[in-house]
Design a protein around this ligand. Structure first.
Ligand code: HSE
Length: 318
Protein backbone atom coordinates (compact mmCIF):
# COMPACT_ATOMS: atom_id res chain seq x y z
CA UNK A 1 0.00 0.00 0.00
CA UNK A 2 1.22 3.48 -0.80
CA UNK A 3 -0.11 6.98 -0.17
CA UNK A 4 1.17 10.54 0.23
CA UNK A 5 0.70 12.93 3.13
CA UNK A 6 1.23 16.61 2.43
CA UNK A 7 1.89 18.93 5.39
CA UNK A 8 2.47 22.71 5.32
CA UNK A 9 5.25 24.92 6.66
CA UNK A 10 4.30 27.03 9.66
CA UNK A 11 5.43 30.15 11.53
CA UNK A 12 4.96 29.98 15.29
CA UNK A 13 4.77 32.84 17.82
CA UNK A 14 4.11 35.70 15.32
CA UNK A 15 5.72 38.01 17.90
CA UNK A 16 3.76 38.01 21.18
CA UNK A 17 2.04 34.60 20.79
CA UNK A 18 4.97 32.68 22.22
CA UNK A 19 4.27 28.91 22.23
CA UNK A 20 0.54 29.45 21.52
CA UNK A 21 0.02 31.07 18.08
CA UNK A 22 0.95 29.77 14.62
CA UNK A 23 0.00 30.04 10.97
CA UNK A 24 0.35 27.60 8.05
CA UNK A 25 1.90 28.61 4.70
CA UNK A 26 1.64 27.36 1.13
CA UNK A 27 5.07 25.71 1.30
CA UNK A 28 4.84 21.95 1.68
CA UNK A 29 6.54 18.74 2.67
CA UNK A 30 5.39 15.65 0.75
CA UNK A 31 5.78 12.27 2.44
CA UNK A 32 5.21 9.11 0.38
CA UNK A 33 4.52 6.21 2.75
CA UNK A 34 4.77 2.60 1.62
CA UNK A 35 4.31 -0.64 3.46
CA UNK A 36 6.70 -3.57 3.25
CA UNK A 37 5.02 -5.53 0.48
CA UNK A 38 5.13 -2.37 -1.65
CA UNK A 39 8.82 -1.91 -0.91
CA UNK A 40 9.40 -5.30 -2.52
CA UNK A 41 7.75 -4.04 -5.69
CA UNK A 42 10.66 -2.04 -7.02
CA UNK A 43 8.80 -0.79 -10.09
CA UNK A 44 5.91 0.69 -8.07
CA UNK A 45 8.34 2.84 -6.11
CA UNK A 46 10.86 3.65 -8.84
CA UNK A 47 9.33 7.05 -9.52
CA UNK A 48 10.13 8.20 -5.98
CA UNK A 49 13.81 7.25 -6.10
CA UNK A 50 14.87 10.89 -6.53
CA UNK A 51 13.47 11.63 -3.06
CA UNK A 52 15.24 10.99 0.26
CA UNK A 53 14.06 7.75 1.86
CA UNK A 54 13.83 6.82 5.53
CA UNK A 55 12.88 3.45 6.97
CA UNK A 56 13.45 1.32 10.03
CA UNK A 57 15.78 0.15 11.47
CA UNK A 58 18.40 2.44 9.88
CA UNK A 59 16.46 5.66 10.47
CA UNK A 60 14.90 4.81 13.78
CA UNK A 61 15.43 8.40 14.98
CA UNK A 62 13.77 10.01 12.00
CA UNK A 63 10.98 12.29 13.24
CA UNK A 64 8.39 11.08 10.70
CA UNK A 65 8.80 7.48 11.81
CA UNK A 66 9.04 8.42 15.49
CA UNK A 67 5.70 10.19 15.21
CA UNK A 68 4.18 7.28 13.25
CA UNK A 69 5.11 4.82 16.00
CA UNK A 70 4.22 7.25 18.80
CA UNK A 71 0.67 7.47 17.39
CA UNK A 72 0.41 3.66 17.12
CA UNK A 73 1.58 3.31 20.72
CA UNK A 74 -0.58 6.09 22.15
CA UNK A 75 -3.73 4.62 20.57
CA UNK A 76 -2.60 1.04 21.14
CA UNK A 77 -2.95 0.05 17.48
CA UNK A 78 -0.86 -2.57 15.65
CA UNK A 79 0.41 -0.85 12.50
CA UNK A 80 2.57 -2.19 9.67
CA UNK A 81 6.21 -1.24 9.23
CA UNK A 82 6.52 1.61 6.71
CA UNK A 83 9.20 3.35 4.69
CA UNK A 84 8.88 7.03 3.66
CA UNK A 85 10.16 9.04 0.71
CA UNK A 86 10.43 12.73 1.57
CA UNK A 87 10.42 15.72 -0.72
CA UNK A 88 10.13 19.05 1.07
CA UNK A 89 10.06 22.73 0.12
CA UNK A 90 10.31 23.62 3.82
CA UNK A 91 13.87 24.61 4.75
CA UNK A 92 15.06 22.70 7.78
CA UNK A 93 16.06 24.34 11.12
CA UNK A 94 15.06 27.84 9.96
CA UNK A 95 11.95 28.38 12.10
CA UNK A 96 9.46 27.32 9.42
CA UNK A 97 8.09 24.26 11.18
CA UNK A 98 9.92 21.55 9.24
CA UNK A 99 9.89 19.25 12.27
CA UNK A 100 6.18 19.89 12.96
CA UNK A 101 5.42 19.00 9.31
CA UNK A 102 7.35 15.71 9.72
CA UNK A 103 5.62 14.88 13.00
CA UNK A 104 2.12 15.76 11.80
CA UNK A 105 2.73 13.75 8.60
CA UNK A 106 3.86 10.71 10.62
CA UNK A 107 0.81 10.84 12.93
CA UNK A 108 -1.58 11.50 10.00
CA UNK A 109 -0.18 8.51 8.12
CA UNK A 110 -0.57 6.31 11.19
CA UNK A 111 -4.17 7.48 11.63
CA UNK A 112 -4.90 6.87 7.92
CA UNK A 113 -3.58 3.29 8.04
CA UNK A 114 -5.33 2.63 11.36
CA UNK A 115 -8.64 3.71 9.83
CA UNK A 116 -8.11 1.44 6.84
CA UNK A 117 -7.09 -1.54 8.95
CA UNK A 118 -9.95 -1.43 11.37
CA UNK A 119 -12.54 -0.62 8.71
CA UNK A 120 -14.00 2.38 10.55
CA UNK A 121 -14.75 0.59 13.84
CA UNK A 122 -12.57 2.99 15.87
CA UNK A 123 -13.40 6.08 13.85
CA UNK A 124 -14.53 7.84 17.01
CA UNK A 125 -11.02 7.48 18.46
CA UNK A 126 -8.98 8.19 15.33
CA UNK A 127 -9.79 11.89 15.32
CA UNK A 128 -7.90 15.06 14.52
CA UNK A 129 -7.76 15.70 18.26
CA UNK A 130 -5.83 12.43 18.68
CA UNK A 131 -3.32 13.52 16.01
CA UNK A 132 -2.98 16.94 17.67
CA UNK A 133 -2.41 15.38 21.10
CA UNK A 134 0.23 12.86 20.00
CA UNK A 135 2.01 15.27 17.63
CA UNK A 136 2.18 17.89 20.40
CA UNK A 137 3.60 15.32 22.81
CA UNK A 138 6.34 14.48 20.29
CA UNK A 139 7.09 18.14 19.42
CA UNK A 140 6.76 19.54 22.97
CA UNK A 141 4.54 22.55 22.16
CA UNK A 142 1.42 22.91 19.97
CA UNK A 143 2.01 26.23 18.17
CA UNK A 144 3.48 24.75 14.95
CA UNK A 145 1.63 21.44 15.18
CA UNK A 146 -1.91 22.92 15.28
CA UNK A 147 -1.62 24.93 12.01
CA UNK A 148 0.39 22.14 10.33
CA UNK A 149 -2.55 19.82 11.07
CA UNK A 150 -5.56 22.11 10.55
CA UNK A 151 -4.14 24.89 8.35
CA UNK A 152 -4.75 28.63 8.82
CA UNK A 153 -4.07 30.72 11.91
CA UNK A 154 -4.44 28.68 15.09
CA UNK A 155 -4.37 29.64 18.75
CA UNK A 156 -3.44 26.63 20.87
CA UNK A 157 -2.82 25.65 24.44
CA UNK A 158 -1.31 22.66 26.22
CA UNK A 159 -3.10 22.34 29.53
CA UNK A 160 -2.93 19.35 31.89
CA UNK A 161 -2.10 16.96 29.05
CA UNK A 162 -4.95 18.26 26.87
CA UNK A 163 -4.33 20.29 23.73
CA UNK A 164 -6.91 22.93 22.84
CA UNK A 165 -6.85 24.75 19.50
CA UNK A 166 -9.11 27.25 17.78
CA UNK A 167 -8.90 28.66 14.22
CA UNK A 168 -8.81 32.45 13.87
CA UNK A 169 -9.59 34.69 10.92
CA UNK A 170 -6.91 36.25 8.69
CA UNK A 171 -8.04 39.25 6.59
CA UNK A 172 -7.68 38.69 2.84
CA UNK A 173 -6.02 42.10 2.37
CA UNK A 174 -2.91 40.99 4.27
CA UNK A 175 0.28 39.90 2.52
CA UNK A 176 3.28 38.03 3.92
CA UNK A 177 6.92 37.44 3.07
CA UNK A 178 9.53 35.23 4.68
CA UNK A 179 13.22 36.11 4.57
CA UNK A 180 15.34 33.00 5.03
CA UNK A 181 19.04 33.31 5.86
CA UNK A 182 21.76 30.77 5.25
CA UNK A 183 21.94 30.15 9.00
CA UNK A 184 20.55 27.15 10.85
CA UNK A 185 18.99 27.69 14.25
CA UNK A 186 17.71 24.74 16.23
CA UNK A 187 14.71 25.30 18.49
CA UNK A 188 16.62 23.61 21.30
CA UNK A 189 19.51 26.09 21.23
CA UNK A 190 17.27 29.12 20.71
CA UNK A 191 15.10 28.09 23.67
CA UNK A 192 18.31 27.87 25.67
CA UNK A 193 18.80 31.67 25.54
CA UNK A 194 15.40 32.42 27.09
CA UNK A 195 15.03 33.63 30.67
CA UNK A 196 13.37 31.32 33.20
CA UNK A 197 11.30 34.08 34.78
CA UNK A 198 9.24 36.90 33.29
CA UNK A 199 8.65 40.37 34.75
CA UNK A 200 4.99 41.20 35.30
CA UNK A 201 5.24 44.31 33.09
CA UNK A 202 6.56 42.19 30.21
CA UNK A 203 3.76 39.63 30.65
CA UNK A 204 1.16 42.41 30.61
CA UNK A 205 2.78 43.93 27.52
CA UNK A 206 2.52 40.61 25.67
CA UNK A 207 -1.09 40.03 26.71
CA UNK A 208 -2.17 43.35 25.25
CA UNK A 209 0.03 42.97 22.16
CA UNK A 210 -1.49 39.56 21.40
CA UNK A 211 -4.99 41.05 21.61
CA UNK A 212 -4.06 43.86 19.22
CA UNK A 213 -2.40 41.41 16.85
CA UNK A 214 -5.38 39.03 16.65
CA UNK A 215 -7.82 41.89 16.07
CA UNK A 216 -5.44 43.35 13.47
CA UNK A 217 -5.15 40.02 11.65
CA UNK A 218 -8.94 39.63 11.73
CA UNK A 219 -9.72 43.10 10.40
CA UNK A 220 -6.58 43.80 8.34
CA UNK A 221 -6.06 47.09 10.23
CA UNK A 222 -2.37 47.86 10.06
CA UNK A 223 -2.34 50.15 13.10
CA UNK A 224 -3.47 47.22 15.26
CA UNK A 225 -1.00 44.80 13.70
CA UNK A 226 1.83 47.28 14.31
CA UNK A 227 0.87 47.48 17.99
CA UNK A 228 0.63 43.71 18.05
CA UNK A 229 4.03 42.84 16.62
CA UNK A 230 5.91 43.77 19.76
CA UNK A 231 7.16 40.95 21.97
CA UNK A 232 9.01 40.96 25.29
CA UNK A 233 9.09 37.24 26.09
CA UNK A 234 11.52 35.80 23.55
CA UNK A 235 12.51 38.15 20.72
CA UNK A 236 14.78 40.41 22.82
CA UNK A 237 17.04 37.42 23.56
CA UNK A 238 16.81 35.86 20.11
CA UNK A 239 17.10 38.79 17.71
CA UNK A 240 20.83 39.28 18.44
CA UNK A 241 21.44 35.71 17.17
CA UNK A 242 20.21 36.63 13.67
CA UNK A 243 22.95 37.90 11.33
CA UNK A 244 22.44 41.37 9.78
CA UNK A 245 19.37 41.93 11.97
CA UNK A 246 19.80 45.72 12.35
CA UNK A 247 20.34 46.21 8.65
CA UNK A 248 17.26 44.14 7.84
CA UNK A 249 15.09 45.93 10.41
CA UNK A 250 16.01 49.22 8.74
CA UNK A 251 15.26 47.77 5.30
CA UNK A 252 11.81 46.55 6.38
CA UNK A 253 11.06 49.96 7.91
CA UNK A 254 12.07 51.71 4.67
CA UNK A 255 9.99 49.33 2.56
CA UNK A 256 6.74 50.53 4.15
CA UNK A 257 5.85 47.02 5.39
CA UNK A 258 3.65 46.82 8.47
CA UNK A 259 6.32 45.09 10.54
CA UNK A 260 8.53 42.07 11.09
CA UNK A 261 8.87 39.26 13.65
CA UNK A 262 10.92 36.10 14.01
CA UNK A 263 9.29 33.09 12.38
CA UNK A 264 9.16 30.66 15.30
CA UNK A 265 12.52 30.87 17.02
CA UNK A 266 14.27 32.10 13.82
CA UNK A 267 16.44 32.26 11.85
CA UNK A 268 13.71 33.11 9.27
CA UNK A 269 12.09 36.54 9.59
CA UNK A 270 8.41 37.05 8.77
CA UNK A 271 7.26 40.33 7.21
CA UNK A 272 3.64 41.56 7.44
CA UNK A 273 2.40 43.68 4.61
CA UNK A 274 -0.84 44.85 2.99
CA UNK A 275 -2.16 44.58 -0.56
CA UNK A 276 -1.74 48.36 -1.00
CA UNK A 277 2.03 48.43 -0.34
CA UNK A 278 2.74 44.91 -1.45
CA UNK A 279 4.59 45.49 -4.75
CA UNK A 280 6.76 48.25 -3.28
CA UNK A 281 7.63 46.14 -0.23
CA UNK A 282 8.67 43.24 -2.46
CA UNK A 283 10.77 45.49 -4.68
CA UNK A 284 12.65 47.09 -1.78
CA UNK A 285 13.20 43.86 0.15
CA UNK A 286 14.39 41.87 -2.85
CA UNK A 287 16.87 44.53 -3.92
CA UNK A 288 18.17 45.32 -0.40
CA UNK A 289 18.52 41.93 1.33
CA UNK A 290 22.13 40.96 2.08
CA UNK A 291 23.72 38.03 0.21
CA UNK A 292 22.71 34.58 1.40
CA UNK A 293 19.20 35.72 2.32
CA UNK A 294 16.29 34.42 0.29
CA UNK A 295 12.98 36.29 -0.03
CA UNK A 296 9.79 34.28 -0.54
CA UNK A 297 6.22 35.47 -0.80
CA UNK A 298 3.97 33.13 1.20
CA UNK A 299 0.21 32.83 1.51
CA UNK A 300 -1.76 31.23 4.31
CA UNK A 301 -2.61 27.57 3.71
CA UNK A 302 -6.09 26.66 4.89
CA UNK A 303 -6.02 22.91 4.14
CA UNK A 304 -3.53 21.67 6.70
CA UNK A 305 -2.23 18.11 6.53
CA UNK A 306 -3.94 15.96 3.94
CA UNK A 307 -3.73 12.43 2.64
CA UNK A 308 -3.48 12.17 -1.12
CA UNK A 309 -4.28 8.84 -2.72
CA UNK A 310 -3.41 7.87 -6.30
CA UNK A 311 -3.16 10.68 -8.85
CA UNK A 312 -5.92 12.79 -7.30
CA UNK A 313 -6.21 14.62 -4.01
CA UNK A 314 -8.28 13.45 -1.17
CA UNK A 315 -8.77 15.64 1.85
CA UNK A 316 -8.26 13.62 4.97
CA UNK A 317 -11.55 12.96 6.75
CA UNK A 318 -12.11 15.46 9.50
N1 HSE B 1 7.29 28.45 20.18
C1 HSE B 1 8.52 27.80 19.81
C2 HSE B 1 9.69 28.65 20.27
C3 HSE B 1 8.51 27.67 18.32
O1 HSE B 1 9.63 29.86 20.08
O2 HSE B 1 10.63 28.11 20.83
C4 HSE B 1 9.75 27.10 17.78
O3 HSE B 1 9.53 25.83 17.29
Amino acid sequence: MQFTVRAPATSANLGPGFDCLGIAWNLYGRFVFHTREEADDVRALARYRHMAEVSRPADRNNMVLQAYWAYAEALNIALPDVGVFIDSDIPSTRGLGSSAACIVAGCTAARHLARMIDGGKSKGRLTDASVLRVATAVEGHPDNVAPALYGGLQLSQLEKGRVNAVPLHVAESLRFFVMIPDVVMSTKSSRGVLKDTVQRGDAVHNLSALGFLLEGLRTGKQRLIRLGLSDRLHEPQRRPLIPDIHRIEALVETSGATGMVLSGSGSTLLVFSHQQQDAEVERILSSGLPDKWQLKRVMPDFSGAMVMVGEGRQADLR
